[in-house]
Ligand binder design. Structure first.
Ligand code: AMP
Ligand code: MG
Length: 418
């Protein structure tokens, strides 16, 4: 387990910016030391634990990039056409040793090894077949055209994937191309999750007329799953300090992070902060972010705790901007800021200074080939449909107080948040 001291987040102020919060978390949370070797086919989204070094060059042998005719570049006609006698044929996968002699061409296909002596390939579309098996090449091709030299893609010995990278399908393809069958990754971050609230019940159990089915836990578990976490589902806890304290204490020993939703605000039934203080220590509980302001952070027996607000949209946004960096830090992922794409707003909007706001939007094509963001018509932090029916978030920085229709703003697709 990551062993944190109770006061490791101590310089947190009561109201912190998102950047301060993330900087604090990522500087204090220690990456898990344990790694595991896993089959490449299971490696998507896992965090690479060691640099991957190319044991071979790619391509490992010089080969043709096209279907055509291979010949020696020095034989190329400077002007006019020239006929070459076809002296052989080489297919992809052929182990036969083929040599091209001066003035000759070899019929070749994409991916086939270059014949000895050949350094240039004419595309079959660019040549004419002459009489008696000759091929007639036009002038104008540069020496080396359509030939893929050894190591053009990757040189042997190069570091191709750095430790800390969250593996993507194309990274896995590169490892496979190098002949790797397993990769070393950091072990999965073990996260215990529970919801809180007397009004929250689990789907599949009876729901009273003043109760809600739990949605946050499923959303958070799905997001955690995408981040490669091993999840312990601790269900739903009532608004009861003792019950929450007990669960926090028990969960801390076998987990790297405890993540909850609900009960971190200032209402009478918001016992999560109290419970964190009983079981360990609470370090801050307000982040200048909307939706989401009440976010609790704590340490319980050396294990970090993050308490997200109960409103589903607030839970979603604070997971993405506060819990996700903590999980990535635990898993040893290298820092990779979420980069927004500039788009034009199709709306005007006012906001409070000194807090960061995330506005739910859809993108649509606009005049002159640009893209514009259309705000979801309603703003409530409890509206799950607002997340379901939009493409992503517009990020409005702390110093912004209003945006006008037509302003350029930063758009973040949901897909980059988990
Ligand atoms: P809280 O943060 O506990 O004050 O909750 C804020 C709002 O979010 C309340 O309206 C809760 O009913 C709602 N809420 C809390 N937890 C959940 C949950 N797990 N699923 C859906 N809604 C929730
Ligand atoms: Mg509550």
């Amino acid at each position: 387990m990551a062993q944190l001291s109770d006061d490791c987040f101590a310089f947190g102020r009561p109201m912190m910016t998102v950047a301060e919060t993330v900087a604090l978390i990522t500087s204090r949370v220690l990456p898990l030391a344990e790694t595991e070797s896993i089959p490449l086919c299971d490696a998507d989204r896992r965090i690479l634990a060691r640099d991957l070094i190319a044991s071979i060059a790619l391509p490992p042998y010089a080969n043709s990039a096209v279907d055509g005719y291979a010949m020696r570049g020095v034989d190329l006609p400077a002007t006019g056409e020239r006929g070459f006698q076809i002296s052989g044929r080489v297919q992809a996968g052929s182990g036969e040793r083929v040599t091209v002699a001066p003035g000759e061409a070899v019929r070749i296909f994409t991916g086939a090894p270059m014949p000895a002596g050949a350094d240039t390939v004419f595309m079959q579309e660019d040549v004419r077949l002459g009489d008696s098996g000759a091929v007639i090449l036009p002038a104008g091709l540069t020496i080396g055209a359509n030939m893929r030299p050894v190591g053009e893609d990757v040189e042997a010995g190069a570091v191709v994937l750095k430790a800390g990278r969250r593996l993507r399908p194309q990274d896995i393809a590169l490892a496979a191309a190098l002949g790797e069958i397993r990769v070393d990754v950091s072990r999965r971050v073990r996260v215990a999750v529970f919801s809180t609230g007397n009004e929250i019940v689990a789907a599949g159990t009876p729901r009273g007329p003043t109760q809600l089915f739990d949605s946050n836990r499923f959303m958070l578990m799905a997001m955690l799953g995408r981040l490669g976490c091993a999840i312990t589902d601790l269900g739903i806890l009532p608004d009861d300090r003792a019950a929450i304290t007990d669960t926090l204490s028990k969960a801390s020993s076998a987990h790297d992070l405890i993540l909850t939703s609900g009960g971190v605000s200032t209402g009478e039934a918001d016992f999560v902060k109290d419970a964190v203080e009983s079981a360990g220590s609470l370090v801050f509980w307000r982040v200048a972010i909307k939706p989401g302001r009440p976010v609790a952070m704590g340490v319980i027996d050396g294990t970090p705790f993050i308490g997200l607000p109960g409103n589903p949209v607030a839970s979603f946004v604070t997971f993405a901007y506060i819990a996700r960096p903590a999980i990535l830090a635990l898993s040893g992922a290298g820092p990779k800021p979420i980069v927004s794409t500039p788009v034009r707003t199709a709306f005007s909007y006012k906001k409070k200074k000194d807090r960061r706001e995330y506005v739910r939007v859809n993108l649509r094509p606009a005049a002159n080939g640009s893209v514009e963001a259309v705000k979801f018509p309603r703003e409530g932090a409890g509206l799950l449909s607002s997340l379901v029916e939009t493409d992503g978030l517009i990020e409005l920085a702390e110093d912004v107080t209003q945006i006008q229709q037509g302003d350029i703003v930063g758009f973040i697709p949901y897909s980059s948040l988990y």
